[in-house]
Each structure stands twice: as C-alpha cells, then as structure tokens.
Write a protein that binds this ligand. Structure first.
Ligand code: GUN
Length: 304
C-alpha cells in the first residue's frame, strides 16, 4: 500500500518558512507584494485568485487583485501591466489565465517585467529555467513537484522519471529540473500523440501525470514501488458535494495506491503546492528587489 504524500502538510511547512522570511524583510522595510490581474469572471479563476490573495495575507505579504471587465482592450491591459511593472510596492505580477477568447495571452505575458514574472511564463524566464540559470523564476507547479520529491526524500539521482503531458507550464520545465545536475534523473516525456504510453509509464521510478484526463493511469501502468505524482485537476459533477462537483486527478487513485510506493492524492497533493511556490517566488522577487535597492542606495551614498 503506497505512502500518501500530503502536499497540504508540505505546504504548511514551506508557508511557515516563507512567513518567517517575510517578517525579516518587513523588518528591513520591504513588504513583499503580489498583484494578480483577473480579466473577466471565469468562476474557477475567481476561486484561484481568492485563494492566492488569502495565502498572501496569511504569509504577511501584500496582495492586490485587479479585476478587469472581459471586454477590456489590449491597450488597457498593457497599461495595467506597465503600471504594475513601474510600481515599487509590487514585486510579483500574475496574469490569471485563461484570458477571454479575444485576447491572446502571449504579448501580455511578455509585457510583464521578467524580474516580476513570478509565474515564470516570460520567455526569458522559460529560457533561464531551461539552462539552469538561478536568476529566473520556475513556474509554481514544477517547482512544487521538485519540493515534494526533495522533502519526501524520494531519490532522483540516476532514476527514471516519466512525464505524461507536454505543457509549457508543468511538463517542459519539470523535464529540465529533473534532469539538471543535482537531481540527475533520466527523463522520458510522452504525450497525446504517443500511440501507447503504458510501456513507458511502466518503466518509471517516478511517474508524473499532467494531462487532465480522469482515470488515464491504471494500476497495470505503474511499476511496483514507483512514486506517482498526479497533477490532474478535473471538475466532475458530484451531487453529494455541496458545490455540485469534485476535483479528480489523472490517476485511478485507489487501484494505483495498491501498487505504487508513494502517491500524491487529488485534492491535497500537488494542488496546495502551487500557491505555496507562487508565494516563495514572490518573496524571492522581493528579496532581489530589496538587494538591488540597497546596492543602488549604497552607490548613491558613495557618490555623494
Ligand atoms: N490559471 C490556472 N493556474 C494558473 C497559474 O498558475 N498561473 C496563471 N497565471 N494562471 C493560472
């Protein structure tokens, strides 16, 4: 029977670490600030945005949520991002996705200053993550998965990680992180055009599934003793739940738990880690801004 990895517990530990760093920064005059820009009224996005704002406040950080109407023009949205880029009280900027259909997210994600891009979606940060440059920001979900592996002492060195899915937000950066010097894993990535994923998933010491298809991974697709990380979050109708739905992952949890060595549940696995790592990135952004400010101040005072 697999050990169930609690992302909720790991998150709690990291959030306490983050809050301690926030307290230190506040003592030195910097309050880490995160701005979340929400365009339109997608119900799932509204829930996420509220959760992010609450997590910020609980960590002692400043949160600013900017809600824009779905009909906002591209120029107006560029203007909002430019304003946040120039605001010294804001260290992290997150443009909540998806945007309404008439807005292509790419130019807006590229407009966010890379030093404030705590989502890690700007091409400069995507490139930095790929080459292992620590000045960048790694997207929250793959960063959270690496923290889970590290804090649960799951060996990666020389192990075979198989990632199912090819998204820019989860799978591609995770591939870079797992194979980098340090973790030293070998990585196979398969996706919707791989005719049969089972021969690959069965070889995984660490199986990461980030597709959004409930029930995709069955017990016969998992090597006995493997670590299974389920990134899927799909809403399925559930009359027994007061919300009318519940969230399920990509893994047949009950059956796979009988085979795997360790497994993340949905909910309560990877999910809580994403907001936690967003806070982590925002505090890192604030620390870097704080250091730049001090260096600039020191230079100014020596010049005088
Ligand atoms: N929508 C759902 N998850 C995310 C996320 O991590 N970042 C952004 N910007 N939008 C999202």
């Amino acid at each position: 029977m697999a050990r169930i990895i609690s992302g909720t517990e790991i998150s709690r530990t990291i959030r306490a670490e983050v809050a301690a760093e926030v307290a230190l920064l506040r003592g030195e005059g910097t309050v880490p600030g995160l701005a979340v820009v929400l365009v339109g009224a997608d119900p799932a996005s509204e829930v996420y945005v509220r959760m992010k704002a609450k997590a910020c406040r609980e960590a002692g950080m400043q949160d600013r949520t900017l809600k824009l109407p779905a009909e906002v023009t591209a120029d107006e949205l560029f203007g909002v991002i430019d304003g946040l880029n120039a605001d010294p009280g804001i260290h992290g900027i997150l443009l909540q996705l998806p945007l309404p259909a008439h807005l292509n997210p790419k130019p807006f994600l590229e407009r966010i200053h890379p030093a404030k891009d705590v989502d890690g979606f700007h091409p400069l940060n995507v490139g930095r993550a790929f080459i292992g440059d620590p000045r960048g920001f790694v997207p929250a979900t793959p960063a959270g998965i690496m923290e889970i592996l590290r804090r649960e002492a799951i060996p990666t060195h020389g192990r075979h990680a198989v990632i199912v899915g090819r998204s820019l937000i989860v799978s591609k950066p995770l591939m870079s992180l797992l194979m980098a010097p340090g973790p030293n894993a070998g990585v196979t990535l398969v996706h919707r055009h791989t005719p049969d994923i089972a021969p690959h998933t069965r070889m995984a010491d660490i199986l990461v599934v980030a597709v959004g298809k409930p029930g995709l991974i069955t017990a016969d697709m998992v090597k006995p003793g493997a670590t299974v990380i389920d990134v899927g979050t799909t809403r399925v109708a559930d009359e027994a739940d007061p919300r009318g739905y519940r969230i399920v992952g990509d893994v047949d949890f009950d059956a796979v738990s009988e085979v795997a060595g360790a497994i993340t549940p949905v909910p309560g696995g990877v999910g809580p880690m994403t907001i936690t790592m967003l806070l982590r990135n925002t505090v890192d952004a604030a620390k870097r801004a704080h250091t730049r400010e001090r260096r600039g101040g020191a230079r100014r005072s020596t010049r005088r």
